[in-house]
Write a protein that binds this ligand. Structure first.
Ligand SMILES: Nc1nc2c(c(=O)[nH]1)N[C@H]1C(S)=C(S)[C@@H](COP(=O)(O)OP(=O)(O)OC[C@H]3O[C@@H](n4cnc5c(=O)[nH]c(N)nc54)[C@H](O)[C@@H]3O)O[C@H]1N2
Ligand SMILES: Nc1nc2c(c(=O)[nH]1)N[C@H]1C(S)=C(S)[C@@H](COP(=O)(O)OP(=O)(O)OC[C@H]3O[C@@H](n4cnc5c(=O)[nH]c(N)nc54)[C@H](O)[C@@H]3O)O[C@H]1N2
Ligand SMILES: [Mo]
Length: 671
């Protein structure tokens, strides 16, 4: 991102035309980054709560007052009967930089012996699925797409969530590739594809297995690649034999002939590109689904060629020195870990649900759990506890900040240093500050340095400045980080990882699994008591396995991000919200069966809670599925609620991830 600054004020943001991957354009949201940065509601001073918890009543205070009180309160908890583990950090990616999200903050919490947080809210299920099959969350390079002859956009809303991939998808298509979207929702991405396959949510593994069934039955596999680079082919063949398209059709909701035709096209393609994304893995069987799909390119040998393979993320291609950043060596001894998606339980159960002391203090930064965490009602009940001391570092007075005792103003990307990996391409990025901090805001790194000092902690790791931290992150033995230096980054802003272009990670095997092969059979999964061979794991909430629940709540609710929002970020930017109200997208058959028509106000609910929205009725979702474009700030929604009033704290099969889209509901007219 290039920022134009005139008289100390940023006046324009634009994509860097020299950047090989992003090619000079920004997404719909970041295009509005100036409106967000200079928003009249930006927090500019520390704020002390004056009203009752949750009332949102605060008064400005000085940093001196804020730091003194926060340090005293945290020190009191550390030395109380509850001990340091009663302190819980709560953070996710914020703007995804390592300095402002995985450095001084982590060092500080490690040094005091606070509870550890398992940061599972997005990607851990899919990452586990990739690990089991190919060894790491490292896959095909989007820059290979022009060579692809078949593109499957599988559980990804590319045009919304990953628009920078789209020019490459178009190049593939211009070169003759067919582009197919597999998604329960007819998204704006599906609209632009050659074909839309409206799969039932949470059933992708069944589709992938039925594809393998046809591929093996018709001899479309790459026997040489399988022989040299995989293990467990006999077990995989046996399993695929059980998954005829006739069996998969009623489970996936896809006609048998569509499955057969998809399998043949995949089997005959030379380099099919499977772009899967995180929407796919937010189900009870999400990890197994990713693991199963990730077998396909090895079955057909597509990894050999540019444009072939599967990409869930490019994140593990980066080899930043995370130990230098977070300093896990500072953890004093055995410390409990709390899974962030179980925050509702962690705040409400006496032993935080995992043993040990209750949570007495929570420090939130880079996240807005009162809006984005599942089972929101439980989260809010916890945040309302009078005996919980809550500090929130933020740009804005979010739903979460409303429950704080102290709100501290943080800087944005325009105002601080950072260093970034990417999960869609292979370029490291340096974030240089272009303007001074707005008001009295400070970078997270500085805020944690100040809190630590005020608490009387003194350790060299707490005194490093942001540029030193960046240099430490780049001090990596990793082969792929060769040439990714501070100097090169400072000169260009970005540097490609030390890999060929396009990068073919498994062209000649070299998988990152314990066996070094693509593991159709996984010893590790067997040891975990899981099925070692790809299989279909049904969602937690699924008519065939939970018929009584499905009788009461027959619709599968997906709550994927709205085009103009970044999870809950940007919801308060007027030009992006455009006076819109929360919407519930329904299939016309489901709507008319319930007396619901276009524009009607409807209630979406289950045993966990409910929220309301305006019905959008048509053919944009398959039957039996509804979509609630998200993630709304509850305080900007007319009913003060959002889709996470209905989602659950249950976990995925591996990776302990969330199941946001594994969520049965009923929908009725609001009156
Ligand atoms: N504009 C915008 N861009 C974003 C974000 C944002 O909030 N807004 N968020 C960023 C983040 S944090 C992430 S993790 C990524 C997520 O990127 P994606 O994973 O692409 O985003 P989602 O919209 O969560 O899910 C993608 C699609 O999966 C579909 N889906 C849901 N369940 C299933 C299923 O069982 N099977 C199949 N085949 N499809 C299913 C949904 O209908 C949805 O259209 O996007 C990033 N980019
Ligand atoms: N129902 C439903 N729930 C979802 C999802 C969904 O699709 N549906 N998506 C899930 C996914 S994929 C994810 S990744 C999570 C994301 O959940 P979160 O990690 O909470 O992400 P955001 O909602 O973007 O909120 C990030 C907050 O960090 C703040 N922030 C940004 N940069 C900084 C900084 O430098 N310093 C400080 N102090 N604050 C900063 C922003 O102002 C914003 O309020 O939500 C999950 N929740
Ligand atoms: Mo995410």
């Amino acid at each position: 991102m290039l920022v134009t600054v005139e008289r100390d004020r940023a006046t324009r943001v634009q994509g860097d035309p020299d950047h090989p991957f992003t090619q000079g354009f920004l997404c719909a949201k970041v295009n509005r980054y100036l409106e967000r940065t200079y928003h009249k509601d930006r927090l500019t001073t520390p704020l002390r709560r004056v009203g009752p918890k949750g009332s949102g009543k605060f008064e400005p205070a000085t940093w001196e007052e804020a730091l003194t009180d926060i340090a005293a309160r945290l020190n009191a908890i550390r030395s109380s009967e509850f001990g340091p583990q009663a302190i819980l950090p709560y953070s996710y990616a914020g703007t995804m930089g390592y300095v402002q999200g995985e450095s001084v903050d982590r060092r500080f919490f490690h040094l005091i012996g606070a509870s550890l947080l398992d940061r599972t809210i997005c990607a851990t299920a899919g990452a586990a699925g990739m690990q089991m099959t190919v060894g790491a969350n490292m896959g095909a390079d989007g820059e290979g797409l022009p060579w692809s002859d078949l593109v499957l956009l599988w559980g990804t809303n590319t045009l919304t969530a990953n628009p920078h991939l789209w020019p490459y998808v178009r190049k593939a298509r211009d070169n003759g590739a067919t582009v197919i979207c597999i998604d329960p929702i007819r998204t704006r991405t599906a609209e632009q594809c050659d074909e839309w396959i409206g799969i039932r949510p949470g059933t992708d593994a069944a589709l992938a297995l039925a594809m393998m069934h046809v591929i093996f039955a018709e001899g479309l596999e790459d026997a040489d690649y399988i022989e040299r680079h995989t293990i467990g082919i006999a077990q995989l063949r046996a399993r695929a034999a059980e998954w005829s398209p006739a069996r998969a059709a009623p489970i996936t909701g896809i006609p048998e002939e569509v499955i057969v035709s998809l399998a043949r096209r995949f089997g005959r393609a030379k380099s099919a590109f499977l772009r899967i994304n995180y929407g796919l893995q937010r189900h009870g069987g999400g990890a197994m689904a990713v693991r199963t799909i990730a077998c396909l390119p090895a079955v057909c040998g597509h990894w050999r060629r540019p444009g072939g393979g599967v990409q869930l993320s490019t994140s593990r291609t980066f080899q930043f020195n995370k130990d230098n950043l977070a300093r896990p060596d500072l953890i004093p001894g055995p410390v409990r870990t709390i899974n962030m998606i179980r925050l509702g339980d962690a705040l409400n159960l006496p032993d935080a649900g995992v043993g040990g002391p209750p949570v007495k203090a929570m420090i939130v930064y880079n996240s807005n759990p009162a809006a984005v965490a599942p089972d929101r009602n439980a989260v809010v009940r916890g945040l309302a506890r009078e005996d919980l001391f809550t500090v929130v570092l933020e740009h804005f007075q979010t739903d979460t900040a409303d429950w704080a005792d102290w709100v501290l103003p943080a800087t944005t990307q325009l105002e601080h240093w950072d260093i970034h990996f990417s999960y869609g391409h292979l370029y490291a990025t340096l974030n240089r500050p272009s303007i001074a901090p707005i008001g009295e805001s400070k970078p997270n790194s500085e805020i944690f340095r100040l809190i630590a000092a005020r608490m009387g902690l003194d350790h060299p790791a707490l005194r490093e400045d942001d540029v030193t931290i960046i240099r430490g992150a780049l001090d990596s033995p990793g082969e792929r980080m060769k040439g990714v230096t501070f100097e090169a980054l400072a000169e260009h802003g970005w540097v490609r990882l030390n890999v060929p272009k396009p990068f073919l990670p498994y062209a000649d095997g070299g998988f990152l699994t314990p066996s070094g092969k693509c593991e159709f059979y996984s010893e590790r999964m067997a040891a975990m008591g899981l099925d070692p061979v790809p299989n279909f794991t049904p969602p937690h909430e699924f008519p065939e396995t939970t018929p009584e629940l499905a009788a009461r709540f027959p619709l599968a609710l997906i709550s994927s991000p709205r085009h103009q929002f970044l999870n809950s970020t940007f919801v308060n930017v007027e030009s992006l919200r455009r006076n819109a109200e929360p919407e519930i997208v329904m299939n016309v058959a489901d709507a008319s069966a319930r007396g619901i028509v276009e524009g009607m106000r409807v209630v979406v609910g289950n045993d966990r809670g409910f929220f309301t929205g305006v019905a959008r009725v048509g053919e944009a979702v398959r039957e039996g599925v509804a979509n609630a474009p998200s993630v709304w700030w509850t305080k900007l929604a007319p009913d003060g609620k959002n889709a996470n009033d209905t989602t659950s704290q249950r976990l995925t099969d591996m990776g302990a991830g969330p199941v946001f889209y594994d969520n049965l509901v009923e929908i009725r007219p609001a009156d």
